[in-house]
Design a protein around this ligand. Structure first.
Ligand SMILES: CC(C)(COP(=O)(O)OP(=O)(O)OC[C@H]1O[C@@H](n2cnc3c(N)ncnc32)[C@H](O)[C@@H]1OP(=O)(O)O)[C@@H](O)C(=O)NCCC(=O)NCCS
Length: 319
């Protein structure tokens, strides 16, 4: 099997919507500030009873249904998440059980907002090397659990959700290439700096961020990695039908698109309605653009993401 093809997609958003106006009652902020700085108007928030695996389960069921397969055909489950159900077992193992898949490899990938690209690249390698034929790749986050709801610098930016893609080995492309990068020296500019020791939380288990530094770093590395993906496939940016970026901030998205000469009508943007759902944002955007008919068979779709670590990456797909 030369390539991994996407045969099904799915997504899930919790029922509860938190608007910018709702946030005005929680912290000293305004709808106008949030919209103009980030493009975000609202985000979804998981119910207390909902864990990352529950969001992942709903998204996965949709992807499996769209792919028209029996879940027991899945040989690999990878969940990208920064907000797992528990320390262990992995959210992927919990998801595998909830789906009733039975024995297959299952593990989590932790690359924060680049997590879905990392997970997709990993599954692509499994399929290309013949190690498995059918893989479920999920991004699922309950970021609302690791936000300090008194910190306006961060709590207005994130939301909860999940997205899933089902991959199957095929002679036809498929994922054309994936590109992964990390620079651990930048770990402090975006982190949730806490751990568990002796049953107690050590440190601050909430997202902290140097917003401006993150912004500049993101714009720089996304442009680089997108050029890397295009060059490897001898393609120009004009060959790209859809750019699906990680949905952190509409200004980062627009800046990357502009540098590439890609007009915004070729960019799938969901940040206004979802906020930044970290590892879930790209598969959520993919599912929405597949289901509303924008993404069509044979088109070139370019995914790119950046996040804590720092990590960043891209994937170029012929749909
Ligand atoms: C966070 C971010 C939106 C801030 O936008 P910005 O244009 O850099 O904001 P500025 O630095 O010009 O303004 C900051 C001011 O707004 C204030 N501010 C911060 N959050 C605010 C909020 N929610 N509402 C109102 N004011 C806010 C700050 O306190 C600061 O005020 P001060 O100048 O009096 O100290 C922007 O830096 C960003 O998007 N960074 C990247 C974040 C990201 O995408 N992270 C995830 C990557 S995966």
């Amino acid at each position: 099997m030369k390539y991994a093809r996407v045969i099904g997609t799915g997504s899930y958003l919790p029922d509860k919507i938190l608007t910018n106006h709702d946030l005005e009652r929680i912290v000293d902020t305004s709808d106008e500030w949030i919209r103009t700085r980030t493009g975000i108007a609202q985000r979804h928030i998981a119910a207390d009873s909902e864990m990352a695996s529950d969001l992942a389960l709903n998204a996965s069921r949709e992807a499996i249904k769209a792919g028209g397969i029996d879940p027991r055909e899945i040989e690999l489950v990878i969940v990208a998440t920064t907000t797992p159900d528990m320390i262990f077992p992995s959210t992927a193992c919990i998801l595998q059980d909830k789906l009733g898949i039975g024995d297959c490899a299952a593990f989590d990938v932790q690359a924060v907002c680049s997590g879905f690209i990392y997970a997709l690249a990993t599954a692509d390698m499994f399929i290309r090397t013949g190690k498995c034929r059918t893989a479920l790749v999920v991004g699922a986050e309950v970021y609302s659990r690791i936000l300090d709801w008194s910190d306006r610098n961060t709590c207005v930016l994130f939301g909860d959700g999940a997205g899933a893609v089902l991959l199957r080995g095929d002679e036809q492309p498929g994922i054309l290439s994936t590109h992964l990068h990390a620079d651990g020296s930048q770990s402090k500019i975006l982190s949730a700096p806490a751990n568990i020791c002796g049953g107690k939380v050590q440190g601050k288990p909430f997202v902290v961020m140097e917003g401006n530094t993150v912004f500049k770093f993101a714009v720089k590395v996304l442009e680089e990695v997108v050029h890397e993906a295009l060059a490897e496939n001898n393609l120009e940016s004009s060959d790209i039908d859809w750019l699906i970026p990680h949905q952190a901030n509409i200004r980062i998205i627009a800046s990357t698109a502009k540098k590439l000469g890609i007009s915004m009508d070729k960019v799938v943007a969901t940040v206004d309605k979802h906020g930044n759902t970290s590892a879930a944002s790209i598969p959520l955007a993919i599912d929405i653009a597949v289901r509303d008919g924008r993404i069509k068979s044979g088109q070139h779709v370019l995914l790119e993401g950046v996040g804590g670590g720092f990590t960043w990456g891209a994937a170029l797909i012929r749909w």
